[in-house]
Design a protein around this ligand. Sequence first.
Ligand code: ARG
Length: 460
Amino acid sequence: AKDKPWGGRFSESTDAFVEAFTASIPFDKRLYRHDIQGSRAHARMLGKTGLLNTTEVEQILSGLDEIEQLAEKGELDWKISLEDVHMNIEARLTDRIGIAGKKLHTGRSRNDQVATDVRLWLREQMDGISHELRRLQHALVDLAERETDTILPGFTHLQVAQPITFGHHVLAWFEMLQRDFERLQDCRKRLNVMPLGAAALAGTTYPIDRLYTAELLGFDYPARNSLDAVSDRDFAIEFTAAASLIMMHLSRFSEELILWTSAQFDFIRLPDRFCTGSSIMPQKKNPDVPELVRGKSGRVFGHLFSLLTLMKGQPLAYNKDNQEDKEPLFDTVDTLLGSLRAFADMMPHVQPKPEKMRQAAMQGFSTATDLADYLVRKGLPFRDAHEVVGKAVALGVETGRDLSEMRLEELQHFSDIINADVFAVLTLEGSVAARNHLGGTAPEQVKRQVQIARRLLSAN
Ligand code: ARG
């Protein structure tokens, strides 16, 4: 270990397996741009406070530029012997510029450095995720607007319940994603706090200017407690929890798309370019994208649990355990971004089949509640109305007919307050149009909700 940046107190080299076992470079090299970004700000702060002179700062900045370009081109030879992205970059810098490179780590530790890098990286990723989420929300509002009065059955227990409008159903998805968007924005506030300056755990003896570094890096403020700053990974857990909710929503969403493309439902068509075939069954067109998204949700839930478990036993302050935060976090971001992107690309091309939806809504006595409400309007208590309609439905089941297909005299047999005007409430259009209040499924309400959704989307 004599050859390591920290080799001073060591008398033998690191065991080769231990070196590989403890190294994070195979995965944390992904943070190189943010590590360099943090180092630039740190160097400029050291210059501003007189801890480095102008020449040294300039050498560091241009050295970091060169290293970044090399890494960008994939020409940086990351060394496992240098353990992680931080020491690889610092060693490379010192190779290039000499003494000034050795001064960069003044008043800093890898502990506050890595916590800062991960926050910078995740902040950028979260902004990309929010963007994809918005793109998907836009696609949903457009779809809802095209389908404000398309009727399909609404389900409870996956049994036909009441007719609803497709626009209304799509806007339910929009609402879930709106909460997800707000959760990400909220999580970002707690993420955007700067650990740098905490050094190893207790702060540093140099007269650093943390406000200046925070400003350079776009952080809202420096972390108030150095111990907490180096050991806090709440932001990663919070993000992964928000990501889990998004994946859970996409998974439910997927489940509906999968059901709806089946021959049994046949409510929608997915474009061929989002599906694949079977190597044996020539007729197959499989909804792979939603199936994969449904499947991938489990990975992200698992990462949430990994991170919680990672943190639960750690005494203050930094422990090497924390190095294990990266792979779950990276995979959460990759999985979520990929899933959102696939959905945002696919949704504008989902083709509803209104005739099939309508046929399905005609089955299963979806307007039974409307008949009960009709009786209530004529003065019957709701419980009695429920009973009356239940009997009418039993006749329907027995004779294979919908309520709207019964003769007036037949219906009157169950209750003599039923008149010819009953048939207006038994139509699908009458049923949805009657639910005309804030949050209801009437086409008029869906149109209003589309406007509100558009306003939410243009707010940021
Ligand atoms: N690779 C380490 C990590 O990801 C960086 C910090 C290491 N600090 C230390 N004292 N060993 O957490």
